[in-house]
Design a protein around this ligand. Structure first.
Ligand code: F6P
Length: 409
């Protein structure tokens, strides 16, 4: 590669997205790229020419290791989509003007389905206007809902955190052995895809009976059936822990979280901000049964828990960043790197590049055949798929008793 490159981060952060930046940087250095720029706050910041030189932060291998152990988006994220080209040519030209100013030959963008739209729009614009710059997508999302790729970097770590925390919650909840159980409802992110909520199923083992029910957004949520199930569990068990997705919805399309608050905010990608599902359900159960309830919303914790990251995930996040640079070096553009599983025993995963048009804005949900017949659990098919993704640990570097992070100045 003759010119420089730039890498950006977009959408909800994950515990592994910085590892992808490290992978991009490492590959670029292997190829002798002179300058690796980082967009500050994604394409939104790039439009204002907000860039840093990664060499200023990553000149030492220990700094690369620290970056891999730093949660959230080191470069800063954004929820901003490039608008349709027609009528917004000025904005598109601005991107290319800034790329030319810094002699940037290739742009790498780590994100989910909405962020991949930016890669698609920019590569389409370049193709239509005879521009030589290349654009590559680097997959990332705790939601695990990007199509084509076997799974998404960021998912394994969030799933590991959820499985671990739910196991701890179950231990706590069952400790009292009361005649009337506490009904504990745990809310998990993932919007319209239940992948992350499904990870609650990974808890079950010879030292833990697992959660009592898992409600995914792939199934219509039936409030009456839920209440019936909770009442039955309360009569038969001394501890009840239930996992619910933030995106569960009724037959009429309303999200359960909207039952508590009709004026749900909408973000810049047009998504409703979901929160409060567990709190609503816990209150309803308490009101109708008189039982003690507890609502736990993992919220930010599930995507920021680098202290409990999956080593498999961190390594694969690095791998996709690295592969994106190598694909661009080979002349590819308008593509996203995918993770391609070659086997589970032993688990092996390679990478390839796939046309961004088949990926941007498409949501992949949990397959029906992995959901149990009663709609409230996951079967062995899911466990086989997800277990390898949470394997291995990457420990933080502790300083003064708390993890050390790499921070942008
Ligand atoms: O896109 C990932 C995600 O973590 C979703 O699962 C969740 O609904 C959303 O981001 C929350 O976004 P925000 O932090 O903007 O509220």
């Amino acid at each position: 590669m003759k010119g420089n490159i730039v890498v950006g981060q977009s959408g909800g952060p994950t515990a592994a997205i910085n590892s992808s930046v490290a992978g991009v940087f490492a590959a670029a250095k292997e190829l002798g790229v002179e300058k690796v720029y980082g967009m500050v706050h994604g394409i939104e910041g790039f439009l204002e020419d907000k860039v840093i030189e990664l060499e200023d932060y990553l000149s030492d291998p220990t700094e690369i290791e620290l970056l891999k152990r730093t949660p959230s988006a080191f470069l800063g994220s954004c929820r901003f989509k490039m608008p349709k080209i027609e009528g917004n040519e000025e904005m598109y030209e601005k991107v290319f003007e800034i790329m030319e100013k810094h002699d940037i030959e290739c742009l790498f963008y780590a994100g989910g389905n909405d962020s991949m739209d930016t890669v698609k729009m920019l590569s389409d614009y370049a193709a239509a206007h005879g521009k030589p710059q290349r654009f590559m997508g680097v997959p990332k999302t705790i939601d695990n809902d990007l199509p084509v790729t076997d799974h998404c970097p960021g998912y394994g770590s969030a799933a590991k955190y959820i499985a671990t925390s739910i196991k701890e919650i179950i231990r706590d909840n069952e400790s009292f052995g009361a005649k009337k159980p506490t009904i504990c409802i745990v809310e998990i992110m993932g919007r319209n895809a239940g992948w992350l909520t499904a990870s609650a199923a990974l808890v079950k083992g010879d030292d833990c009976s697992g959660v009592d029910a898992i409600y995914l957004p792939e199934k219509v949520f039936d409030m009456d059936a839920f209440m019936k199930k909770v009442k039955y569990l309360a009569e038969t068990k001394s501890s009840v822990v239930i996992a619910v997705s933030e995106g569960i919805h009724l037959a009429d399309g309303r999200y359960v979280c909207e039952l508590a608050n009709e004026n749900v905010a909408v973000d810049a990608f047009g998504h409703k901000q979901m929160s409060g599902t567990a709190a609503f359900l816990a209150q309803k159960v308490a009101d109708e049964t008189g039982l003690k309830t507890r609502a736990i919303e993992f919220s930010t914790l599930q995507r920021a828990a680098t202290h409990l990251a999956s080593l498999t995930d961190i390594n694969e996040a690095f791998q996709v960043g690295h592969a994106a640079v190598m694909a661009a070096e080979a002349g590819k553009t308008g593509m996203m790197i995918t993770l391609d599983r070659n086997g589970n025993d032993p688990y092996q995963c390679g990478t390839s590049a796939y046309d961004i048009h088949a990926i941007a804005n498409v949501e992949r949900t949990v397959p029906e055949e992995w959901i149990t017949e009663d709609g409230c659990g996951l079967n062995e098919g899911y466990i086989k798929y997800a277990r390898p993704l949470i394997m291995g640990e990457q420990f933080p570097v502790f300083v003064n008793g708390v993890p050390r992070h790499l921070v942008r100045k």
